[in-house]
Design a protein. Structure first.
Ligand code: GDG
Length: 472
């Protein structure tokens, strides 16, 4: 049996594992899709449990649910500080989002990145069996494939990057960028969200470390072959539509509508992250209010921003800036009977979120850079077909490749985003319906379940191609 055709177990590795909790459905599109794939095929989900410990445990914690094995490990305080906060959050995250001014590089953090990935590989080697397929997710684990190969694992290993991949000239800000790039040649398949990311990756591999192109979708380096592909991640469109319909009759939606008193609702929902362009969005809203007095008292902007990575200084600054700009808008425009902005600094339940999306007139998704952005797709999936809202979407989100019928804006152009919101508010019902139908078709075309199946099929083919290249 060739490595690619193995029908063995699937072993998913990601920074955070969505552990099943009794009676609770998986939250988040990726968690739902991974679980569904693992439950059908049988397999293991391996990764960090989100906690810190004083010592490294001897073996991962094991939990079984619906035929899936969840294996998780805590990080030591030092690994958490150096690998997770230091390298993943303060170096790789800003790097892949093109934010050079925010990079913080320290050699000890880079060493910790390799130390943690080597430690994960040690544990995985005790688990993996012939015929297994490994699927590694995201920038936290780029070296994992090479660590597994160095320990003798020969089965298929795929990698998928959820974030953008920056061009070589940006990547070179990472001092050991060559070593970083070399890691990718251990994988059979490297998947990206968009063509732009794929293109940047191929150029970086060829110009940065002399990889050679083979056919149109492959690279070879030092005798090993890696396939490259684009797999735009999707939302669970049907599930979201169902939750939105049920939620439209909920108490929360009734309370929200009553509080709006007939005013139109503009909504945004993001992790509080500088890549999401939230501050710039507030400035755009401020511009809108300052140039269109006729909208005063007529609209409300509801921003939901769940705090994220709050131990990282750059996120604390962001939090402070958001408080400031929201307060300033209220101070300048609010009337005793009208609040132009509502800002919720916490997470709300998914069904409530989708129900709120479904009654909103405008959805604002304006990241400065985003691998995909699932909120954009979820907003479309949640709309009421008889009265759909309008999506204002950053052209710098991966989702803009598929959602071309949204009102596309450049998030750096504060006035342009303000004009985009005005255009969305003025759009006729006929035009809204027309655009929404096309957008919904695009969201269905890249459904999350389809995404997982497509990636794994391509991984099996890539593994066959790689092993064919290894024959004498
Ligand atoms: C990375 C990439 C890529 C948001 N507020 C609440 C809430 N959310 C949910 C959304 C959505 C998820 O969080 C955010 O997904 P994104 O795709 O926007 O972004 P990242 O977390 O940065 O994820 C990104 C993604 O990976 C997948 O490949 O699209 O580009 O950066 O599902 O609905 N959920 C709840 N309450 C909230 O208040 N329950």
């Amino acid at each position: 049996m060739s490595p690619g055709s193995g029908k063995g177990r699937l072993v998913v590795v990601s920074n955070r594992v969505a552990l099943p909790r009794a009676g609770k459905p998986a939250s988040g599109g990726l968690a739902v899709a991974m679980r569904a794939t693992l439950e059908t095929r049988g397999g293991i989900w391996f990764g960090w449990n989100g906690r810190q410990s004083t010592q490294r445990p001897g073996k991962p914690h094991r939990q079984l649910a619906q035929g899936v094995e969840y294996l998780t490990l805590p990080l030591t305080r030092l690994d958490y500080e150096e690998y997770y906060q230091g390298f993943a959050n303060r170096m790789l995250w800003p790097l892949v989002h093109y934010r050079l001014a925010l990079l913080r590089y320290q050699r000890k953090n880079h060493e910790a990145y390799h130390r943690v990935n080597a430690w994960f590989a040690e544990h995985l080697m005790g688990i993996l069996q012939p015929g297994d397929t490994v699927w590694v997710h995201d920038y936290h684990h780029v070296p994992l494939g090479a660590e597994l190969r160095a320990r003798g694992f020969q089965g298929p290993i795929g990698f998928f990057l959820h974030t953008p991949f920056p061009p070589l000239d940006i990547l070179r800000a990472l001092p050991p960028y060559k070593e970083f790039l070399h890691n990718f040649s251990a994988y059979d398949l490297v998947g990206f969200q968009t063509r732009v990311d794929e293109h940047a990756f191929i150029e970086a591999m060829c110009d940065g470390i002399d990889a050679r192109r083979e056919r149109k979708d492959g690279l070879s380096l030092a005798g090993s072959r890696t396939k490259i592909g684009v797999f735009p991640i999707g939302a669970d469109a049907e599930e979201i539509a169902g939750q939105a319909i049920r939620g439209r009759n909920s108490n929360q939606v009734a309370a929200l509508k009553a509080s709006l008193e007939g005013r139109r609702l503009i909504i945004g929902a993001d992790r509080l992250d500088y890549s999401k362009g939230i501050i710039e969005r507030f400035r755009a809203y401020r511009y809108l209010l300052s140039t269109r007095p006729e909208l005063h008292g007529e609209i409300v902007f509801l921003q939901i921003a769940e705090p994220s990575r709050s131990g990282v200084p750059e996120y604390q600054v962001l939090h402070h800036e958001l408080d400031q700009v929201a307060g300033e808008i209220i101070g300048r425009f609010a009337r005793f009977d009208w609040m132009p902005v509502r800002y919720l600094g916490r997470r709300i339940p998914r069904p409530t979120l989708f129900a709120f999306f479904s009654v909103a007139d405008v959805g604002l998704v304006t990241p400065l850079r985003d691998g995909m952005n699932l909120v954009a797709k979820e907003f479309i999936a949640a709309q009421d077909p008889d009265n759909p809202g309008v999506l204002v979407l950053s052209e710098l989100a991966g989702a803009a490749d598929q959602l071309t019928d949204a009102v596309l804006v450049n998030p750096y152009d504060v006035e342009g985003v303000g004009e985009g919101i005005a255009e969305a508010l003025a759009m006729s019902l006929e035009e809204r319906k027309h655009r929404w139908r096309r957008l919904l078709a695009a969201v269905h075309g890249d459904d999350i379940h389809h995404w997982g199946a497509r990636y794994l099929q391509a991984l099996a083919e890539a593994a066959d191609w790689r092993s064919a290249g290894e024959r004498p």
